[in-house]
Design a protein around this ligand. Structure first.
Ligand code: G
Ligand code: G
Ligand code: MN
Ligand code: NA
Length: 253
């Protein structure tokens, strides 16, 4: 309850912001986009971490206006960077509650029109749970979103109570391998086998595969050899302010 009251005030005071973590393609050798991640800061200090305040926002429904704000802000930012530098995609995390809200699709369309971001430069990150528990209309909604040109990814892939059959029914473009599998990939046989299998499955199904939580060269080397060239993690950059991200992309990388 305490966090909820503070969160309402934080919204009004503009204490929420987005940080951006680079997504790289090691084959191209460049940053290809960023994941937008919510932060709640006052005077430059974190008030609560997202692990603390996002579940509260989900419980009290505030995640809907917060999520709408984040979507708009991320699109506005990506459009600016694309105009000033080069095409850069932005990934936005969408909570189940926000996604299932009746006005999600309309507000997505409005945001795309108003910010002018090319829809193919937007990626929505959903969890397996959101897709699985979304009900009958979820496949239709995913298809409508896809027909706008927006990409859909599954976040934390491999950690949900997943039956792989849903991959056949839902138009998912990108699998984001959870960092729990990447952590030990360079030395643990089981992790390596799981990651290899996800990459092979993704390729066979014509999906992109991105590895999350890449922290070391050893991990990046393994992933590259396994055929996974899209990566995200501390090795390439922590989530950073928009200003710092802009500095990264404005120099030749
Ligand atoms: O960046 P960080 O590790 O602090 O993020 C913690 C968690 O918060 C992650 O699981 C991430 O998916 C989630 N998160 C970050 N930003 C958003 C957001 O804008 N919307 C939603 N729904 N979740 C977010
Ligand atoms: O659930 P989601 O994938 O959206 O979570 C993103 C979170 O993962 C962010 O909070 C971010 O800070 C964290 N993260 C990103 N890269 C790394 C990494 O290389 N190592 C670790 N431990 N955490 C990371
Ligand atoms: Mn994510
Ligand atoms: Na993740």
């Amino acid at each position: 309850m305490r966090i909820e009251v503070a969160l309402r005030k934080a919204l009004a005071r503009n204490e929420l912001s987005l940080h951006y973590q680079p997504k790289v393609d090691v084959e191209l050798g460049t940053i290809v986009g960023a994941e937008a991640l919510l932060r709640w800061q006052a005077d430059g200090e974190d008030v609560y971490s997202p692990e603390e305040f996002i579940p509260v926002a989900e419980d009290c429904g505030l995640i809907v206006p917060i999520g709408e704000w984040a979507l708009r802000e991320a699109c506005r930012q990506a459009e600016t960077w694309t105009r000033l530098y080069r095409p850069l995609s932005v990934s936005v995390n969408v909570s189940a509650l926000q996604f299932q809200h009746t006005r999600f699709y309309e507000s997505l369309r409005t945001v795309l029109v108003e910010t002018g971001l090319h829809p193919t430069l937007l990626e929505l990150e959903l969890t397996e749970r959101t897709v699985m528990e979304g009900g009958d209309h979820i496949a239709e909604l995913l298809r409508k979103i896809k027909s706008l040109g927006v990409a859909l990814s599954l976040d934390d892939f491999g950690t949900g109570y997943c039956s792989l059959s849903y991959l056949k029914h839902f138009p998912i473009d990108i699998l984001k391998i959870d960092r729990a599998f990447i952590r030990d990939v360079a030395w643990d046989n089981d992790s390596a086998a799981i990651v290899g299998a996800i990459v092979a499955m993704g390729r066979g199904m014509n999906k992109q595969v991105l590895a999350e939580g890449v922290e070391s060269m050893e991990q990046a080397t393994f992933l590259g050899a396994a055929g996974c060239s899209q990566m995200q993690g501390f090795l390439f950059g922590k989530p950073m302010t928009a200003r710092d991200f802009e500095e990264r992309i404005s120099v030749v990388d």
